[in-house]
Design a protein around this ligand. Structure first.
Ligand code: GCB
Length: 644
């Protein structure tokens, strides 16, 4: 480890690096933090920035998934860095699977939110000689620092989004290479999501662990860690935009190539009756072109047809090759409608969570496939990635299944009663996460809208204090800046935030679509479905009056139901009550043509902090149980949605 490598990240350094981390997140950080460490590669390549493109294999790219059993050690005293565990190895490790959350595995780790270390070894493939070597993390919650063979690579702040390093020259052939990662998930006020300020948020003192949001704060390496190789000059980024014109598809492709590379590249779209190609020239690392697909099969939930886009550098000469699946579709807001390929859509589906026993938030492909099968079974055409970016695998699969996805940032339960410097720190962190999210997911046809936040509130719910003066205005300024930032990142999709019932109109009103959560019949007007729906009716009219002709989506409504509990007449917590409340909401919402989506909360029961409102530490508003058995409401929705 270089002498000047900081051992303990100070707040200031952490912030500076996190902000600089957008795009080629950790690579930039790594390059900035450790230029002197870049050893010469046997093939003579020096380290450069990495790429965040999903690591697909190709003729020129090999991928090695490092998933499996790693070694793990908690570090409550934060001594691993000063004791150089990344050099000596972990003193007392135990096995841990990657990807997985650590919380459900070990009794002493369930409520552990400090630093923990991960360690594994890998061998280099001799066929990789002369290639550029990259190391990529799908997600580490929340703050990760990484070493390879004792050399510090860099860090990444914020969960749920990937980061990568160019590690060319740092790994050795013919011997094990040690990879060490520290992951830390301290609940801090200035993070996103953050914890409530305990001085003013009385309610949270009865919940454990304390969170401002309603899901368990699982930690760890949640998604695959992979090694991949590229040629020296390689594609670093691809941006695809699609349009439709008189039965033809128009596909715009912009590429970024490492090292300011210049030369010819070929773009090919296959999957249609015959492949379509175009040659483009790349200058100083940037190039773009357009392909036309006569008789295009436009992507939609009814026909989620995907083309394969292959990009080859250097024409036939054999430079880097990268392929991804794309769908050709348009999405726009017009008047009170959301139009997909020019036709109005209505969203049926849910807010979900990445959550399952034992895995926690670790990528779980069997559960992912089962969820999508159940979404199809119930008649859902969409879901929201509440309340953070989901795995890249889940979006690739959504492209294939034809689900319409509202992709949400980790901006959940933001409050605006804190000191300005805390609010500013959150804005920086959330802007970075938004940049990384759009960068990662911009090419997915399934993503039809960005949600910048879920239920921001001036002050935490149930606090005794009044809304502090200036909190609403602070939120308005915060979202003006966040929306402006997001709109520079993607002009091709609507952008919204999801508001809480009766949340400040000036916040949600900045969105292209009005998204709102509504809990009449549960948190408000408990136990009285008729009164709840009459109130809902008034709320709908008020929303319309306030927000003009923007389309409206009810992104959450519902009731907890303990599976197996029944009551006649229906009572709260019974399956009957949940089914009846959801049906009453559905029928009320459907009367209003400007309401273009209804997502009951939630798809499945999920783990939360312990608290007086969460029996079994579960939110039981799922229409499926946590192990995916349908409740009465699931059958009811299936019946209702069959008629849409
Ligand atoms: C909400 C939140 C969601 C909660 C839900 C509930 O409004 O957006 O995260 O889980 O309410 O059940 O309280």
């Amino acid at each position: 480890m270089a002498e000047d490598t900081p051992r303990t990240p100070t707040r200031a350094m952490t912030r500076r690096q996190a902000v600089g981390a957008f795009g080629l997140a950790a690579s930039v950080t790594a390059a900035a933090a450790a230029p002197a460490m870049a050893g010469p590669h046997p093939g003579g390549l020096a380290r450069g920035p990495s790429t965040l493109l999903y690591p697909h294999e190709s003729r020129t790219r090999s991928v090695r998934d490092l998933s499996g059993l790693w070694r793990f050690q908690m570090d409550p005293a934060d001594q691993g860095e000063s004791q150089k565990w990344f050099v000596s190895g972990l003193p007392a490790p135990r096995p841990i699977p990657v990807p997985c959350s650590w919380n459900d595995l070990f009794d002493d780790a369930r409520d552990y939110f400090g630093t923990a270390w991960y360690e594994t070894e890998f061998q280099l493939d001799s066929g990789w000689r002369g290639r550029r070597l990259h190391l990529r993390f799908g997600s580490a919650v929340y703050h990760a620092r990484v070493w390879l063979n004792g050399e510090y690579l860099g860090e990444h702040m914020g969960g749920h989004l990937p980061f990568a390093f160019d590690v060319t020259g740092l790994a050795h052939e013919g011997q094990p290479n040690r990879l060490s990662v520290s992951v830390e998930n301290k609940p801090l006020l200035d993070r996103v999501p953050s914890v409530p300020d305990m001085r003013s948020a009385r309610m949270y003192q009865v919940d454990f662990p304390q969170t401002a949001y309603d899901f368990f704060p699982y930690c760890g390496l949640h998604r695959p860690v992979v090694l991949f190789t590229t040629p020296d000059a390689h594609l670093q980024d691809v941006t695809v935009t699609t349009g439709l014109s008189g039965g033809a598809g128009l596909v715009g492709v912009a590429v970024a190539v490492s090292g300011g590379w210049s030369g010819a590249a070929t773009l090919t779209l296959s999957g249609g009756p015959k492949p379509v190609s175009v040659s483009i020239s790349v200058k100083d690392g940037a190039g773009s072109g357009q392909l036309k697909l006569p008789g295009v099969r436009a992507w939609s939930p009814d026909d989620p047809f995907l083309y394969r886009l292959t990009i080859k550098l250097g024409g036939e000469a054999g430079g880097d090759e990268y392929a991804l699946k794309i769908g050709v579709r348009t999405i726009e807001v017009k008047g009170s409608e959301i139009l997909l390929n020019g036709k109005p859509i209505f969203l049926t589906g849910f807010g979900k969570h990445e959550d399952f026993p034992i895995h926690g938030k670790g990528l779980d492909l069997p559960v992912l496939v089962r969820d999508y099968e159940l979404l199809k079974w119930i008649g859902a055409n969409s879901f929201r990635t509440s309340h953070y970016p989901y795995s890249e695998e889940s979006l690739m699969l959504a492209d294939e299944y034809g689900f319409l996805v509202i992709a949400e940032t980790p901006g959940v339960s933001l409050v605006f009663m804190d000191p300005p410097e805390i609010i500013e720190a959150r804005l920086r962190q959330l802007s970075q996460a938004t940049s990384e999210l759009v960068h990662r997911d911009k090419n997915h046809p399934c993503v039809i809208m960005w949600s910048l936040a879920n239920e921001p509130i001036p002050k935490p719910f149930h606090t005794v204090n009044d809304v502090p003066p200036g909190a609403v205005e602070a939120g308005t300024r915060f979202f003006e800046r966040l929306f402006a930032h997001a709109r520079t990142l993607d002009k091709s999709r609507p952008i919204a935030l999801v508001s809480v019932q009766n949340g400040p109109a000036d916040w949600v009103g900045q969105g292209d679509v009005i998204c709102t959560n509504s809990y009449n019949g549960w948190y408000a007007i408990s136990g009285q479905i008729d009164v709840a729906t009459a109130t809902l009716e008034k709320e709908i009219l008020a929303l319309r009056a306030r927000h003009g002709d923007k389309p409206v989506i009810f992104t959450e409504f519902g009731a907890d139901a303990v599976a197996g509990v029944h009551a006649q007449p229906a009572e709260m917590w019974s399956e009957d009550y949940q089914a009846q409340l959801i049906e009453a909401y559905w029928r009320t919402l459907r009367k209003h043509p400007y309401i273009v989506g209804a997502h009951p909360w939630a798809f499945a029961d999920f783990k939360t902090a312990q608290g007086i409102m969460r029996v079994g530490s579960l939110n039981q508003k799922g229409v499926f149980t946590r192990d995916r058995r349908p409740k009465l409401a699931a059958h009811k929705l299936r019946e209702l949605w069959a008629k849409v």
